[in-house]
Ligand binder design. Structure first.
Ligand code: ADP
Length: 281
């Protein structure tokens, strides 16, 4: 297997000090191969990811409380859905705990912003996936003044404290911010209008949001600057090339799972005894 990373994805995609406005959204940081090599690599690495996730799940079934939580953030059309479908789609769905966070309900709005998030946290052995997350509360909320600054401003610290607690309790966070260019977003939105099989994905409000692009960039920058910590770093994924974004997230998840140093859980029975019993019936 030809590994085409000159720098491991976890290094090449770190958010540290990155300015979003300088990001080449069509780049493939750390990866030296082209699209066809990327797709070959993606298929190979999906198998590795699937094997690791099975071990996580198996350990969870044996009482291991650890979990991995993939947090996906990105503007409309950035490809969050594609990550869920193609990357998470390559692992055993029994071990996946998926949650998508849209506009909060009236009931959710009556609670602290982390209330609905806590209810969806993955249990031991699960690979959790958040399609949008608590970060919307410092992104869309900030851009559209949905609450006054006095209310969203302290949320960065609250999020850091919350995530520190999660990590302490055994959840490995993989926070991924996906970025497409304004042009690429236009292309993807126009495809949604052209193709009958994509109309269901189109939301007229997505066009309105384009007018707020600079404000979103600012909010995303503040999010990266203020909530990328040693225990829960952000990774920035240039997402104009879907194959790269999917490969990159696959690599980040593999790294997170490898760091758990998972082995198959030991049997809770005597193997020889069970073989003897089985031979008798
Ligand atoms: P998607 O657009 O990802 O396919 P939905 O149609 O369910 O999913 O809607 C997501 C929308 O919900 C986005 O516009 C997002 O900004 C909004 N949203 C998510 N969380 C919040 C929040 N806490 N406050 C306000 N809007 C939110």
């Amino acid at each position: 297997m030809a590994m085409k990373w000159s720098i491991p994805a976890v290094e090449a995609l770190k958010a540290d000090g990155l300015r979003i406005t300088d990001l080449d959204t069509s780049g493939t940081p750390g990866f030296t191969g082209d699209k066809s090599e990327g797709l070959v690599s993606l298929a190979e690495r999906a198998t590795v990811l699937s094997g690791l996730q099975e071990k996580l799940y198996a350990n969870g079934r044996s009482g291991d409380k650890r979990s991995v939580l993939l947090v996906l953030q990105g503007m409309d059309t950035a490809g969050k859905g594609g990550i869920v479908r193609y990357v998470i789609g390559s692992v055993d769905p029994q071990g996946v705990d998926h949650a998508a966070f849209g506009v909060p309900t009236e009931k959710e709005l009556r609670h602290h912003f982390l209330w609905r998030i806590r209810r969806e946290l993955p249990g031991g052995g699960q690979l959790g996936v958040f399609d949008r997350s608590h970060y919307e509360d410092v992104l869309v909320v900030r851009v559209h003044d949905l609450v006054p600054p006095e209310e969203w401003e302290p949320r960065y610290d609250e999020i850091n404290a919350f995530e520190e607690e999660l990590v302490y309790e055994g959840t490995t966070l993989v926070k991924v911010a996906m970025f497409v260019s304004l042009d690429e977003q236009k292309r993807r939105l126009s495809e949604r209008l052209e193709r009958r099989d994509k109309h269901w994905k189109f939301n007229p409000a997505d066009i309105d949001e384009r007018a707020h692009w600079p404000a979103y960039q600012q909010a995303y920058q503040a999010m990266l600057d203020r909530t990328s910590s040693g225990h829960a770093p952000w990774y920035v994924i240039p997402a104009d090339r879907k194959w790269f974004a999917r490969l990159a997230v696959t690599e980040l998840l593999i790294d997170a799972l490898e760091r758990l140093e998972l082995d198959w859980p030991p049997p809770q029975f005597d193997i020889e005894e069970q073989k003897r019993r089985l031979a008798q019936i």
